[in-house]
Ligand binder design. Sequence first.
Ligand SMILES: Cc1cc2nc3c(=O)[nH]c(=O)nc-3n(C[C@H](O)[C@H](O)[C@H](O)COP(=O)(O)O)c2cc1C
Length: 327
Amino acid sequence: MLKIGNVKLDTPVLQASLSGYSDRAMRTMARRFGCQLTFSGVMLDKSVCYKPFLQKVCNKIRDEEHPIGGQLLGTEVKTMAQAAGNLYEAGYDIVDLNFACPAPKVLRRGRGGAMLGNPRQIIEIFRAVRNAVKCPVMMKLRIGVDDSEGAREDFLRICSDAAAEGVDALIVHGRTTNQYFKGKADWNVVTELKKQYPQLIILGSGDLFEAQDIVSKLKTSGVDGAAIARGAIGKPWIFRQIKELLEGHLPVEKIYQPDIKEQGQIILEHFSLLTELYEPRKCVWYFRKFLSHYGRSHSEPGKVRRELVTAKDEAALIDAIKKWYGV
Ligand SMILES: Cc1cc2nc3c(=O)[nH]c(=O)nc-3n(C[C@H](O)[C@H](O)[C@H](O)COP(=O)(O)O)c2cc1C
């Protein structure tokens, strides 16, 4: 249903890059609910060129994690190409180039979303990366640095050059860099882009929170797929819901919705995966940001979230999950 180079997905959705979230535990949960392609959080090109980082972070992909995409942030052609080669050697199946991140510390160094003002440099990086790897190369873009006409022209030029150079896919987040996460993602721009470049694989991103809405956006925009980001935090089952809706055999009210007990089992499973990655104390505080999202699907979200995110240690957390979810 969706092809990104040699990577084929039956359902046209992927787990987006999410710094600070999309570690192996979150990716495994997404896969467990049918997501066939997941991405690491963004990595700085210079770090990926540093051997100890490469060994510690990148060289640990397990067989069952494929296909997996690795995402890079940087501004220099050579370093980006070398980093991409390292990701490929480490086993990543797709290299994604981040020209979208709006974080102030990233923009200050001219990286991420700031690069959208420099179409020529983006394409040079793309060419060098393409030559450095034998796997699909894609790009993550926002729809411009800001909402000025010049910024829109730069964005369209990047898309047209990338299409001409044979980019394997674009993920387009329908906000400008300056917009950060404010306002609504503009899916009209994404829709128009797909109309203009029907041959180009375009995945939409932005405000994808509910399966039904995601499926409707896929249909109305005509894009090839969608990158699920915040909508998958604390709701990994969203991938199964999207799949079921796209298959069209079930009415919305019959699609998979884990009951409270199942939600508890899912939370425990996610936590257990984290304990393989981090030491026990870190697991408890790191998991809080997920718990706050998981709690939203409970019938008593306020109370549940308060108790789960204030659990002091692993034993207290597990007790609280068991109490509220009946597992
Ligand atoms: C906490 C957080 C971390 C993110 N990290 C990355 C990242 O590492 N790379 C990236 O391309 N986008 C990153 N994004 C952007 C998302 O992938 C996505 O494009 C954006 O959140 C819009 O989709 P949504 O509104 O459906 O969440 C991040 C977003 C959030 C909220």
